[in-house]
Design a protein. Sequence first.
Length: 396
Amino acid sequence: MNKKTIRDIDVKDKKVLVRVDLNVPFDQITGDISDETRIRAILPTVNYLLENNAKIILCSHIGRPKGQVVDSMRLTPVAKRLSGLLKRPVTATTDCIGPDVVAATGNMVSGDIVLLENLRFHAEEEANDPDFAKALAALADVYVSDAFGTAHRAHASTAGVTKYIPSVAGFLIEKEISMLHNALDEPKRPLTAIVGGAKVSDKITLIDKMLEQVDNLLVGGGMVSTFLRALGHDTGASLVEPDKIDLARRLMDKAKANNTNLVLPSDLVVADKFDREANAATCQSDKIPADSMVMDIGPKSVSAYSDIITKSKTILWNGPMGVFEWDNFANGTTSIAKLLASLDAITIMGGGSTSEVVDSMGLADKMTHVSTGGGASLKLLEGSVLPGLAALMDKD
Ligand code: AMP
């Protein structure tokens, strides 16, 4: 990574504003934090700053409050949990800018930690408003970007703030970037990408880019039906993106031209309706019954994909193979997850639903890297510039 990190600057006795991603999920019934992965992910940076006697001001968003104060999206419970993990006080403020925040951060001593209230309670955050960014920057001497999950957004706390104080990357950003780049720049081959998820339109750029880099590209998820239509097959009642059929055809042509092994499932699990309780049946991919829709890849496809995956040295996975949230249609996704966890290969999971799957199965520790950012890892793999990264100081 050609960006400066916290190792490249002096943080001793400095006030350091750290943009982190503490957008944790809450249990709908108990209201407790249901997954603290994102809190644990910021610990290396926070601990480094503590060891180096900095004054730490953390800021984050939770959810989409759209510029309003929403009590269920306050960061107070996160401050409590973080305090428990660090075994030291974390002071939560009631806002992220304004006189109370200036007072709370004014007399900090080295080792103090303040967590500012949800940035998105102010519409100016997502609007990348310069005055709001300036007010955030005025709280600190140095800015550290460690929120990989929002690095693909040009917001006040990810990009705007960098105009006013020296800005460097934290350890989570550094790790995410180097893991994803290493996997693609000089990969151990065979390199296989597994791309699934709901729609072709969400993954076109990724597939297009991957076709230039990978040896195998295995397709799953809802987008399978659009590819099958491009091959001239009937897809029954499946959701198809009609305006993307031509594109799917072009992607298959590109794969042929590049000598990339683009693989579609040979069999599928289908259902008569899009419902958790829908009856599951298996069929050949070119024989989908008229009243059925694609819900998962079938057992023969799992087996064929597994053969290719087992022979690969690097595997990138973005998007589930089926509607994994429902047991009847989870087999493709869970089988691939279990296989990847058992391999002695480089296994990189994109964020979002792919991370959700491996986290919920307790397999995250068995993978080489599980990204904390769905949109950001997708953008990075697509080869796009992340505004929150581009804005940081370059290495000399
Ligand atoms: P993405 O965020 O693009 O990775 O998509 C994840 C979503 O794709 C999950 O919520 C899955 O339920 C959904 N998905 C996967 N396969 C299918 C399918 N065959 N039909 C509809 N949705 C699907």
